[in-house]
Design a protein around this ligand. Structure first.
Ligand SMILES: NC(=O)c1ccc[n+]([C@@H]2O[C@H](COP(=O)([O-])OP(=O)(O)OC[C@H]3O[C@@H](n4cnc5c(N)ncnc54)[C@H](O)[C@@H]3O)[C@@H](O)[C@H]2O)c1
Length: 280
């Protein structure tokens, strides 16, 4: 396992590392005390790898759907964790994308007023964006990400092999979010990302350098504005329209793809303000 960054956080600093094989990396966390929350799709896709973990760890599978990102779901999860013997010094290990992340992070932040959680992000969006930054977000009815707090994991381990099984739409979604970071920061990686786009879709293992650049950009900003009061607001570029697109399509369009459309719409509006305000 190789360390990429340490993120400075108001809560505590936390490290981001590359893990060669998640199933071996997970073994570093004590099996008596660790509770693995895993995206249920991954149990089938990585059956062999999970076989060695299943018999040793407490494992709870989660269906990664927006309607599970609720307070009610987290409450049921807390009950299950307590009945399985979780204690204040236990660790919760999340293996999944942004949905499993949000459910785990929010649950960990309130259980015993905060227990440690570790993250293995499995989507491109989670590896290149959401894994750092401390946000937890829960939906309330139709209101997306309305409730939450800031509660970073103690460690993040990125295993790029998870990208091999991701559907193309989710790869495109991750690239959309990466592109958004590059555009906000004026990154020189934009050109090569665009040139290599087709190769990246067919061979996502090539994504490593783009993930690193995306995390470098986000790291610079969250370390000075973790609580999203000033500089971090820049990352909302494309997100207001993006969230609206997700809502009207009932999340049929993945988040990062909606953000790229949202950036297009924001660009159009900003270049054509006279349409909206005839007095200009
Ligand atoms: N907390 C944050 O900072 C933050 C930031 C951005 C987005 N989010 C949230 O993240 C969610 C979106 O997360 P996401 O885009 O990572 O995806 P996701 O968790 O919604 O997963 C997308 C789909 O991919 C599947 N999947 C996950 N990993 C896979 C793999 N390796 N192979 C095959 N299939 C896999 C899932 O089962 C699901 O069907 C949204 O709810 C969004 O609000 C949170």
């Amino acid at each position: 396992m190789s360390e990429i960054f340490t993120i400075k956080s108001i809560f505590r600093n936390y490290r981001v590392a590359l893990a060669d094989s998640f199933e071996k990396s997970i073994l570093q966390y004590g099996k008596e005390n660790s509770f693995i929350l895993v995206d249920q799709k991954l149990l089938a896709l990585f059956e062999k790898q999970f076989a060695s973990i299943l018999s040793k760890y407490h494992l709870i599978s989660i269906e990664a759907i927006e309607t599970n990102k609720t307070i009610d779901y987290c409450q049921k999860l807390i009950k299950r964790l307590i009945e399985s013997g979780i204690r204040k010094d236990s660790k919760v290990i999340a293996v999944g994308g942004g949905i499993v992340q949000d459910i785990t992070a929010f649950t960990s932040s309130i259980l015993f007023r905060g227990i440690d959680w570790v993250f293995y992000p499995t989507t491109l969006l989670a590896q290149a964006d959401s894994c750092i930054g401390s946000k937890t977000s829960i939906n309330v009815g139709a209101y997306k990400n309305l409730v939450g707090n800031f509660y970073p994991p103690v460690e993040i381990n990125i295993d790029l092999s998870f990208l091999e099984t991701l559907p193309v739409g989710e790869i495109k979604s991750g690239i959309g979010e990466i592109l958004h970071f590059y555009l906000v920061a004026g990154s020189e990686f934009v050109e090569s990302l665009v040139n290599e786009y087709d190769d990246l879709i067919s061979k996502p293992s090539l994504m490593k350098k783009y993930i690193m650049e995306s995390l470098r950009i986000k790291k610079r900003v969250i370390e000075i504005d973790e609580f999203d009061k000033n500089e971090r607001n820049l990352f909302n570029y494309g997100h207001t329209f993006g969230h609206a697109i997700e809502a009207v399509t009932a999340y049929g369009i993945p988040h990062g793809q909606a953000v790229t459309m949202g950036m297009d719409m924001a660009n159009f509006i900003s270049m054509n303000l006279d349409y909206l305000n005839p007095s200009l």
